[in-house]
Ligand binder design. Structure first.
Ligand code: HEM
Length: 150
């Protein structure tokens, strides 16, 4: 019961935090450098305190649920396409989140804080593209995971 609860709370934090971060990121594009220093710092915090913990919670609770089902002899329940989509898609999305999105958010905050100029702008553009790519793939995989078990 507790694990199932955590397995539902995890994706809420993950996807909810991710959508909020994405919208804040988009709407801060035209803001001043000073404003974006603050926004990027807060986005890095949201990644570290809400989005990444949501991803880790989802993955860990998913592993525990899987183990419980297998040890109870219900392994055949895990072989359905929807379940496989959730497990594989969820795993890839969580790795993308922790290995790419989180460090990218931290780097963006550090780079923008270091000053404004063409050098910083070039790195920020590259990091932004990386963030959009990783988060979009993870977001689609989360949605596919929910769809798979809906
Ligand atoms: C984006 C990631 C994921 C999302 C959004 C997600 C979502 C869900 C949802 C909505 C349920 C149904 C819960 C219920 O009916 O009580 C569920 C069940 C489950 N999930 Fe996930 N999940 C994700 C990742 C994973 C991963 C990575 C694993 C395994 C490593 C996993 C293993 C399971 C298992 C074993 C169940 C229980 C199925 C059952 O009792 O029949 N999930 N998941």
């Amino acid at each position: 019961m507790l694990i199932r609860f955590l397995h539902l709370i995890g994706p809420m934090l993950w996807l909810g935090g991710g959508v909020a971060a994405m919208l804040i990121g988009f709407s801060s594009k035209a803001d001043s450098h000073e404003a974006r220093v603050v926004v990027y710092r807060l986005l890095a915090r949201v990644h570290a305190l809400v989005i990444a913990p949501g991803a880790v919670l989802t993955l860990l609770s998913g592993v525990v649920l899987t183990t419980n089902i297998v040890t109870a002899g219900g392994g055949d329940r895990l072989g359905t396409p929807g379940m496989a989509t959730m497990q594989v898609g969820g795993l890839i999305a969580a790795v993308l989140m922790v290995a790419v999105s989180l460090p990218t958010a931290n780097r963006r905050a550090a780079i923008i804080k270091s000053g404004s100029g063409p050098e910083q702008d070039a790195i920020l553009t590259q990091l932004r593209k990386r963030q959009i790519m990783a988060s979009s793939i993870a977001g689609l995989l989360i949605i596919a995971s929910v769809w798979g078990v809906a």
